[in-house]
Ligand binder design. Structure first.
Ligand code: AMP
Length: 225
């Protein structure tokens, strides 16, 4: 006789695809995941695999670039993921639910510039180097300031040192990278932490499994202040 499904057994046995990036997000998310029983069968730092199942088979972790997490989840390549608010704001969040602030991988999105240049010495339309042009544009537009944006993919701190930009917009944690390069923080744009994101359509179709994970993570995380 066929077993009667119970409320605890998902109607589909396909694992949920969970997009994560290597590095700080993975390292900070891992303890939270482990505390709710989601343990990767291999660690991405020692494995070249980009699809790593959890030991309980509930999810399959997809190892993607941090900036690609929202795209995977938006288009249904993954049902859920963890992404920094900096990356999420830059993406725009279309097609995504953001049910949880996980309170991990915290930092600040800031405007920074050379410590030896006074604001009055800046050009009327300063050039801003950043990996976050949408967030930077929105920030300066909100106070009616004209800027020219230069999109970079890393090492933003270098740009003012070689005359590529007057200022930078970047994520800052301790501030030691800024200091080591003769820069200082000028303005806070936003406090950043990692967020759980869920595909909007998947939340309807696989509601029980996804809301289980959301409520389990909610119970173990501490949202940032
Ligand atoms: P710090 O020297 O501690 O201010 O760290 C700054 C550098 O670390 C920046 O160049 C950032 O790219 C990176 N960083 C710091 N915090 C985060 C974070 N939460 N997420 C991603 N990158 C970060």
């Amino acid at each position: 006789m066929a077993a009667t499904p119970t409320a605890d057994v998902p109607t589909t046995m396909t694992p949920l695809r969970f997009a994560l990036s290597k590095g700080r997000i993975f390292d900070d998310t891992l303890p939270l995941l482990e505390s709710i029983g989601l343990v990767p069968a291999e660690h991405p730092s020692t494995s070249r695999k980009l699809r790593i199942p959890s030991t309980d088979g509930r999810v399959e972790f997809l190892i993607v670039r941090a900036s690609d997490v929202p795209t995977y989840v938006q288009h249904g390549g993954a049902e859920l993921g963890v992404v920094g608010k900096d990356v999420l704001s830059e993406h725009g969040g279309e097609g995504l639910l953001e049910p949880l602030d996980l309170g991990i991988a915290t930092c600040r999105l800031m405007v920074a510039g050379p410590a030896d240049v006074a604001p009055s010495e800046l050009p009327a339309r300063p050039r801003i180097a950043t990996k976050f042009p949408a967030s930077a544009r929105k920030h300066f537009a909100a106070s009616g300031r004209q800027v020219e944006l230069v999109k970079l993919y890393g090492s933003m701190e270098l740009a003012p040192l070689v005359g590529l930009a007057d200022l930078i917009v970047d994520v800052v944690d301790t501030g030691s990278t800024l200091k080591a390069n003769g820069l200082e923080p000028i303005e806070l744009i936003a406090k950043i932490s990692a967020r759980l994101v869920v595909n909007r359509a998947a939340m309807k179709v696989r509601h029980a499994e996804l809301s289980d994970i959301v409520s389990q993570l909610d119970a173990v995380c501490t949202p940032s202040a």
